[in-house]
Ligand binder design. Structure first.
Ligand code: PAF
Length: 302
């Protein structure tokens, strides 16, 4: 789906909204199925795997790199968030991305932008406890990018499981004509989930970091064996702290479909165990799937 005069296979770069709009017009005329992967850059193999999914299902794959100021609170790491645009573009091109959108803040937010979003449902609790502004900012930028690009589908990583469900709720509640696909979490050989923020870990912290995933897997095995959520959560929290993490923001066993809690009934539906924990100055999040192994009811003996 190249414009006349372009090198076949070369990734295009749209540095502002006008360039994007121009290119999208040609794509629509050609009837291309457009796949979209939104990112904040500092790309790693986890992002590449999302682009791979998009490229395998789309005629034309678009990725965006935009460090969204609306999802950072004052004092968070907006200023120091890693920015590696040149390397990112090389990775995207290799992964089969056809166009990268690199908007400036003014392409996304007018100075007088008066609209914000308040997300409920899956946005409640967990990440929102530590970062109450976060999902409103994510939902707003995702809505704006989806409106600007109007892709047929967009791909989000399960690594940010709560974000994935928030985006699904946004699309459902606002009747957005886009399909949301999930990409599995990519991990290093020792189990640490790939994340742009891993770059901030010291050598010692990097060696301790896989304990987060190990604790979640152990909690999942407890749930599979019939343990109640609270006990599995307490066990994971203790393991994470014993590994040298400085704090645990949350460990929570929740319903995988909507992140509601299980209450006193135990795990009676597919679950997700989600955690956020701090290692030195770095806040890591991770999650794993869990389910209780249901044994057939014991036969009556009388
Ligand atoms: O997951 C991210 O990188 C960001 O939250 C997203 C979805 C690109 C929105 O800024």
């Amino acid at each position: 789906m190249q414009d006349e005069g372009e090198t076949p296979g070369a990734m295009e770069i749209a540095r502002d909204r006008m360039m994007l709009v121009h290119r999208l017009k040609a794509l629509r005329r050609a009837g291309a199925r457009v796949g979209f992967v939104p990112t904040m850059g500092a790309l790693h193999d986890g992002h590449v795997s999302l682009v791979d999914i998009a490229a395998s299902k789309a005629d034309f794959t678009i990725a965006s790199i935009f460090v969204n100021p609306r999802q950072f609170a004052p004092g968070e790491d907006l200023a120091t968030y890693p920015r590696t645009e040149d390397e990112d573009c090389v990775m995207l091109e290799k992964a089969g991305c056809n166009l990268v959108y690199l908007p400036a803040v003014r392409d996304i937010y007018r100075d007088d932008c008066a609209t914000g979003l308040l997300m409920g449902g899956p946005a409640a609790g967990l990440e929102s406890l530590a970062r109450p502004h976060f999902f409103g900012g994510v939902a707003l930028v995702v809505l704006k990018l989806l409106n600007q690009i109007q892709p047929d589908f967009a791909v989000f990583g399960e690594k940010d499981y709560q974000q994935l469900l928030v985006v699904r709720a946004l699309v459902r509640d606002l009747d957005l004509p886009v399909e949301i696909l999930a990409g599995p979490t990519l991990r290093a050989a020792d189990g640490l989930a790939l994340s742009s923020r891993n770059a901030f870990l010291s050598v010692d912290e990097r060696a301790r970091a896989p304990a987060l995933h190990e604790a979640l897997l152990h909690a999942a095995s407890m749930i599979a064996g019939g343990t109640m959520p609270q006990e599995a959560e307490d066990s994971a929290r203790a393991r994470i702290l014993a590994a040298g993490f400085s704090g645990v923001d949350y460990v929570a066993v929740r319903r995988a479909g909507d992140l509601s809690g299980f209450g006193d009934k135990g795990v009676d539906a597919p679950a997700r165990i989600l955690a956020a924990a701090r290692l030195g100055g770095v806040r890591l999040i991770d999650n794993v799937a869990a389910s209780a192994l249901r044994l057939p009811p014991a036969p009556l003996t009388h």
